[in-house]
Write a protein that binds this ligand. Structure first.
Ligand SMILES: NC(=O)c1ccc[n+]([C@@H]2O[C@H](COP(=O)([O-])OP(=O)(O)OC[C@H]3O[C@@H](n4cnc5c(N)ncnc54)[C@H](O)[C@@H]3O)[C@@H](O)[C@H]2O)c1
Length: 427
């Protein structure tokens, strides 16, 4: 019997933890086109901080072999003798919020070039229902010249990890699986079941599994949009939104969502995949896109709220010095992809404010390259006219805000992180 050998294509936030986990029981080849990423992984370092260096180093192997462990490479020939190919590449949107399938197509071309009879290609990237069988499989067939469901097979198993979350790690999250035939579904399910301690759920078809993932994130997006709308209403009524949510939350079936800036690679992006597919079939989603519009407008809204606070305190706005605490898309993690703090910063700059961004987690070079914004990892020494808490990093708990404030500075808390007596207002 041939021993299972797994190739993971794309070693980012999703691919690396999965590759590391499989590498505790299987021979795994991690493949990525980013040579810098491969170099850092070979040296035993994960800059996304999803896998700690010791855990990574415990599975790394230096040579391509059939032994248990993880071998990282950017060379195509090293994945030739695998029989499972798991694709974990990005699925972003363009500036008009249309899905960009290019990484998926390119990764499918890569796998198509090495595909053999009996192989199974499993997609994990978040997509709309139909993307695996309608967009990716035809590429695999074309490049490999093999026939789908005769020579090779497909599966889809969405990832549910949460960047920065050290409690819900990949093996502890129940995993949805699926296959292109019932028998392949069982095989894909068995593969994941062998490493996912939380268990698996075998969906009846690939499209069901694809749809299940995209609605998970769309549901979160819509729920957050609802509480963001509530925050806008309660601000007008001069009621504290968090007090209302706390009171309503005493009912057993009230959902505990909080208002905020919805950034990141998933929640703010995935609903557009579902919307695009719906529109292709002649249905214009109302709630999904309304949620997106509302959440995407929160940066501007928060900026206008901060301005009102400053004007009320007689702080001259033009040229005022503002400290932004946090630029990553969420707390205690270095991920800055699609961070909506940037929308807030742009809006504040537009009003003529002088912005300083302090984030102990973010990589300043990445912030400069991605968003053309300067940021610092060390706490500034000067005093500010306004301090905005945008990300609830643990480091901010111990901050002495008074030492950063003038006599009448505004403190605005987007995350409801600071005690009530330490802030002027929050979202
Ligand atoms: N980050 C999350 O928390 C999360 C959670 C669940 C699902 N997802 C989904 O998982 C997918 C991957 O997300 P991610 O956060 O890991 O992305 P990422 O950007 O962190 O990693 C993707 C990796 O793929 C590599 N890559 C891109 N094109 C490639 C190609 N053609 N061949 C080989 N490697 C290639 C990149 O160099 C990068 O290292 C996305 O569809 C995302 O929506 C992400």
């Amino acid at each position: 019997m041939i021993k299972d050998k797994i190739a993971i294509i794309g070693l980012g936030y999703v691919g690396l933890p999965l590759a590391r986990l499989f590498a505790t029981k299987y021979s795994v080849v991690g493949f990525d086109i980013n040579t810098d990423r491969i170099s850092e992984l070979i040296s035993g370092v994960d800059s996304t901080l999803e896998v700690d260096n010791e855990t990574l180093q415990s599975v790394l192997i230096a040579e391509d072999s059939d032994e248990i462990g993880l071998f990282c490479t950017n060379q195509l020939e090293k994945i030739k003798d695998c029989n499972y190919y798991i694709i974990t590449v990005p699925t972003p949107v363009d500036k008009n919020n249309r899905p960009i399938l290019t990484p998926l197509i390119k990764a499918s071309e890569t796998v198509g070039a090495v595909l053999k009879k009996g192989d199974i290609v499993i997609y994990e990237s978040t997509v709309y229902p139909g993307a695996t069988e309608e967009d990716c499989v035809p590429i695999l067939e074309k490049v490999s010249e093999l026939q789908f469901n005769i020579d090779f097979y497909a599966g889809y198993s969405p990832e549910r990890i949460n960047p920065g979350d050290k409690e819900h790690t990949v093996e502890k999250i129940l995993k949805v699986t699926s296959g292109s035939t019932p028998k392949i579904g069982e095989k894909v399910n068995d593969l994941y079941k062998s490493v996912i301690t939380a268990g698996t759920h075998l969906a009846p078809t690939i499209k069901v599994a694809e749809a299940s993932k995209v609605i998970e994130n769309s549901q979160r997006d819509i729920n957050i949009a609802f509480v963001n709308e509530l925050a806008k209403i309660f601000n007008l009524l001069d009621i504290n939104t968090h007090d209302v949510l706390e009171a309503a939350g005493t009912k057993w079936n009230f959902l505990p969502f909080k208002p905020g800036l919805v950034g990141g690679h998933c929640i703010g992006v995935d609903p557009y995949y579902l919307a695009q597919k719906a529109q292709e079939y002649g249905y214009h989603p109302e709630i999904i896109l309304a949620g997106r519009r509302l959440n995407d407008g929160m940066g501007d809204y928060v900026a206008s709220e901060i301005l009102k606070c400053m004007i009320k305190k007689n702080i001259p706005v033009n040229g005022a010095k503002v400290l932004i605490l946090g630029i990553t898309f969420k707390e205690n993690c270095p991920d800055v992809r699609n961070t909506k703090v940037v929308d807030l910063v742009i809006a504040l700059k537009d009003y003529g404010l002088d912005i300083t961004i302090y984030d102990p987690w973010a990589n300043s070079d990445e912030i400069l390259n991605e968003f053309s914004l300067k940021s610092t990892n060390s706490l500034p020494k000067q005093k500010f006219d306004a301090i905005i808490l945008t990300v609830a990093h643990n480091e901010f708990k111990a901050l002495d805000l008074e030492s950063l404030s003038n006599l009448k500075s505004v403190v605005y808390d987007v995350k409801n992180f600071l005690p009530k007596n330490k802030k002027d207002k929050g979202l």
